[in-house]
Design a protein around this ligand. Structure first.
Ligand code: PRP
Length: 216
């Protein structure tokens, strides 16, 4: 049996998805050693390997088949636009992709003004403004702390993830438009889906049952 390789988006999502895997009997003791600098962890018995990667790299590993399965946010899947199968919503990491800014910017959105939009997600922002709203905007790519942009005058609005809304509130900003809901998804390499169909189908079934039980 060949190894089934999982790429997990580093951070909270990896921790939560590993807990889900554990509840369906997929464990990886090696990964629990906090001091370890190892990048890849193996469960020899189940012939499973896990590795942690930067979220935006997870779809790349999966498209090229370096990982059979990936666990990553819908935001990253939309932004990266890789060729893969999205097979399951894991129901964790729930948040929203939104257009945000000071309340005063809502008029600019209504009147389809040519505004500047700062974001870590230029593909999502472009699709939303050009294809859905038919509004020409200038998209400015940033890599973090996006909320700063309208405060310091870099842009009129931002496209960013809103979870609790605390970051917006504490910086005098608000949600102006909602683009889409987001959560963690399981993605599968297109060839692996055929070659490892039995193992992957069982995994999806077990996770679905777990989610059903937990939602009852
Ligand atoms: C994300 C996002 C917002 C914040 C939203 O940032 O970009 O800034 O979380 O969360 P909230 O609605 O609960 O306040 P992240 O912490 O990932 O860091 P970043 O600013 O570097 O993107």
């Amino acid at each position: 049996m060949r190894y089934l390789t999982f790429a997990l988006a580093k951070g909270r999502l990896a921790k939560q998805s590993l807990e889900m895997f554990e509840r369906i009997g997929i464990t990886c003791e090696e990964m629990k050693d906090k001091d370890s600098r190892k990048l890849i962890f193996t469960n020899e018995e189940l012939k499973i390997r896990f590795f942690l990667a930067k979220a935006s790299d997870v779809p790349t590993y999966v498209e090229y088949g370096a990982a059979d399965i990936g666990i990553v946010g819908k935001d990253t899947i939309l932004e990266e636009g890789r060729k893969l199968y999205e097979v399951m919503n894991l129901g964790i990491g729930n948040c929203r992709m939104c257009v945000c800014g000071p309340q005063s910017a809502s008029e600019l959105l209504k009147h389809h003004e040519r505004i500047r939009v700062a974001t870590k997600y230029p593909a999502i922002a472009k699709d939303y403004f050009y294809n859905k709203k038919h509004q020409t905007v200038e998209i400015i790519k940033l890599n973090g702390s996006i909320e700063l942009a309208p405060i310091v005058g870099l842009s009129e609005v931002i496209v960013d993830i809103v979870e609790t809304g605390t970051t917006l509130k504490e910086n005098g900003l608000t949600v102006l438009e909602e683009i889409c809901p987001l959560s963690a998804r399981m993605v599968v390499n297109q060839v692996s889906m055929k070659r490892e169909n039995d193992r992957i189908t069982k995994l999806i079934r077990d996770l679905r049952l777990l989610l059903q039980e937990e939602n009852q």
